[in-house]
Design a protein around this ligand. Structure first.
Ligand SMILES: Cc1cc2nc3c(=O)[nH]c(=O)nc-3n(C[C@H](O)[C@H](O)[C@H](O)COP(=O)(O)OP(=O)(O)OC[C@H]3O[C@@H](n4cnc5c(N)ncnc54)[C@H](O)[C@@H]3O)c2cc1C
Length: 357
């Protein structure tokens, strides 16, 4: 399968999983990273950057800063054939091995400089608002509410969530602790209500909820979960490997079902576990190991297999507090805050990407 020289590994998606895989494989293969952004964004640092834009200087990492021996292609994948990935800007990237790591749909600008400007605008918007409406009570909405009430305690925050409880990806206990914390900070949490996104405008000051309530707010932030970035896979050779939720079905060794040279990692996979970045990183390291085995000539039967992770989750609530869902315990307050909320694992993630500072 491989041409003369090193085998070619194409990694589609430069998020938490794809970036680590590409970084780990450089030197062992001819690595190509395809991503529409010229940087890796550490997702769990996003909400701090909205109240402290300088924080993003370390959490938005140019791909070229950790990929010194790989090719970076700044575009999106639009198709996959048996031998190449086709990009939105008309390139054909031949592969011997392919790794799909497209996680969630891209909504951020392609350039790091533009993303930094977005954070400046967000901060300006928060600073100039006496009241803020947050739409969506998943991790993004909850963590944003936490950042605002801690940094701007005078700001009135209302959080509207369609579901029956906040943070539906974790257990009831963690949801309840989160609701109690937000309520203690005088956040108005409206559950089982939604706001019509189609009717929103930046000049809006009055918002009607589906429950018939009116929320007055100087500004709003839409924090609803992004869909998986898998719709583009429907026209590719991998269409039969998608499940009905648009996730790629994988074997225990993380090969995409039906293929020996195509792997999937991160949130795009159908692995039955909580979708978390530290697990996406585990997938990346396992697939790097398996690619190295295949490159050395090992048969597929000798590949390492993945064991699903515990449903551990850490949610930050401003700079000092948080909630930790551990295997047999759910904690809230300063202890989880000390683990996640102060530095948001930015130093740790940078170190994992081979960056010293
Ligand atoms: C607010 C919040 C807080 C979180 N906190 C934590 C935490 O504390 N700890 C933790 O472990 N996890 C946390 N998570 C979860 C974690 O962020 C995800 O599990 C992780 O980002 C998944 O990584 P991924 O690489 O699969 O996908 P992503 O990080 O979504 O990356 C996908 C990449 O694919 C690219 N892409 C998409 N479509 C295409 C295409 N067609 N062609 C090419 N490239 C494409 C995108 O540009 C992006 O770079 C948090 C998530 C959120 C939203």
């Amino acid at each position: 399968m491989e041409a003369a020289g090193k085998p070619r590994v194409v990694v589609v998606g430069g998020g938490v999983a794809g970036s680590l895989l590409a970084k780990t494989m450089q030197g062992h293969a001819d690595v190509v990273l395809l991503d529409p952004k010229d940087y890796l964004e550490i997702p769990w640092a996003e909400l701090r950057s909205m109240v402290e834009p300088s924080f993003a200087e370390r959490s938005l990492i140019y791909h070229k800063d950790y990929l010194t021996d790989a090719t970076i292609v700044t575009s999106s994948a639009v198709n996959i054939t048996e031998s190449a990935v086709l990009t939105a800007d008309g390139q054909s990237l031949a592969y011997d091995y392919l790794v799909v790591a497209t996680g969630h749909a891209v909504t951020s600008p392609g350039s790091r400089a533009e993303r930094l400007k977005e954070f400046q605008r967000d901060k300006g918007k928060i600073e100039s608002s006496e009241s803020v409406l947050i739409i969506g009570g998943g991790p993004t909405g909850v963590e944003l509410a936490g950042e605002i009430v801690v940094d701007y305690p005078e700001t009135k925050v209302t959080l509207v969530h369609r579901g029956p409880r906040l943070l539906e990806f974790v257990g009831d206990k963690a949801s309840k602790k989160c609701l109690d914390w937000l309520t203690s900070k005088k956040v108005d949490v409206l559950l089982q209500q939604s706001v019509d996104l189609g009717s929103l405008s930046d000049s809006e000051k009055s918002y009607k909820t589906s429950g018939g309530e009116t929320v007055m707010a100087d500004s709003h932030f839409v924090c609803i979960g992004k869909p998986l970035s898998s719709s583009w896979l429907h026209g590719t050779i991998l269409k039969e490997s998608l499940d009905n939720k648009g996730r790629l079905m994988v074997e225990k060794d993380l090969r995409v079902k039906g293929y020996n040279n195509i792997f999937a990692i991160g949130d795009i996979t159908d692995i039955p576990e909580i979708k978390q970045g530290y697990l996406a990183q585990k997938h990346a390291l396992l697939v790097a190991k398996n690619l190295k085995l295949l490159i050395k000539g090992s048969p597929v039967s000798k590949l390492a297999t993945y064991s699903t992770g515990y449903p551990v989750a850490l949610i930050s609530l401003g700079r000092n507090e948080g909630i930790a869902q551990l295997p047999f315990l759910t904690l809230s307050g300063c202890l989880p805050g000390r683990i996640k909320s102060r530095g948001l694992f930015v130093g740790k993630t940078r170190k994992e990407m081979g960056l010293n500072s």
